[in-house]
Design a protein around this ligand. Structure first.
Ligand code: BT5
Length: 248
């Protein structure tokens, strides 16, 4: 059964020991008109990644989804993903992890200086709305917190593996405070994001429905799209068009 408690104003929290997917529950609440509600779970049995991929979410993680109803155009919604990745990376750093952001939606820990990394967190952002106005946005970060690496897919890491267990309540508190600060000051998101970005300056390969792209990641635009310098000039890729990005 869900337990409700106050965590970080202005958010109220609905906590579940186990749930299929916090994003599914948050979408349900969003449909009922809820706002500033955080659905938080210890374990997910049907966690979702982007593009219908699976998200492994055993007990000990921080699996949460925030329901927001901002008065913004849908084109600015990716800034919510960047904002929560900034908040996640900062909270992870405070827990002692060498956390960096990999565009568009991962928080990772570099393994060496070749650009290789392990994934600590991923974000699933979903929304509904008209062409000119967002109805609701659900921002769902999943963070491998107090979990052994062998309970996670290859290429993943956790706060436990990197720095030892974290107080999850404090971690969530910190994450939500940072997120709240940036969602109310969207202009500050991209500058903050740049400071934490592993991707900028890297030579990357991006898989898109329109085909593969190789070049140097040079910047993000004001709406969170990645600018890549290719042999044929600069190309901008939105998060929605990115199936996969890896350093090459
Ligand atoms: C993501 O998708 O990275 C978004 C994950 C969002 C999960 C959160 S948890 C709270 C909320 N409720 C949900 O149901 N979802 C959100 P994507 O970029 O598609 O990456 C998915 C890929 O990451 C998978 O195909 C695996 O390769 C890998 N993966 C799966 N589980 C992982 C984990 N726990 N840690 C690291 N990598 C993982």
């Amino acid at each position: 059964p869900a337990v409700e408690f106050e965590l970080a104003a202005p958010f109220s929290v609905e906590y579940h020991d186990s749930i299929a997917s916090t994003n599914n529950r948050a979408r349900e609440l969003a449909g009922e008109g809820a706002t500033d509600v955080v659905v938080l779970a210890d374990e997910q049995t049907g966690g979702r990644g982007r593009l219908e991929r699976e998200w492994t979410a055993p007990s000990g993680g921080v699996w949460l989804s925030v329901v927001c109803r901002p008065d913004i155009a849908p084109a600015r919604a990716p800034l919510y993903t960047l904002a929560i990745s900034v908040a996640t990376a900062r909270a992870a750093r405070e827990a002692g992890v060498d956390a960096w952001i990999k565009w568009p939606n991962d928080v990772v820990v570099p393994t060496d200086d070749t650009g290789d990394y392990r994934k600590l967190s991923g974000i699933l952002t979903e929304m509904e709305g008209e062409t000119d106005r967002v109805e609701w946005i659900v921002v769902g970060p999943g963070i491998n917190a107090n979990i052994d690496a062998d309970a996670l897919p290859a290429g993943a890491t956790s706060i436990r593996e990197e720095a030892g267990d974290v107080d999850r309540r404090r971690f969530v508190q910190r994450l939500l405070a940072e997120f709240d600060r940036y969602r109310t000051d969207l202009e500050a998101v991209v500058p903050a994001w740049r400071e934490l970005a592993l991707t900028l300056g890297q030579r990357v390969r991006v898989d898109r429905p329109a085909g593969e792209l190789v070049g140097e990641a040079v910047d993000v635009t004001g709406s969170g799209a990645l600018v890549i310098e290719t042999d044929d000039g600069r190309v901008t890729v939105s998060a929605g068009d990115c199936e996969h990005l890896r350093p090459v």
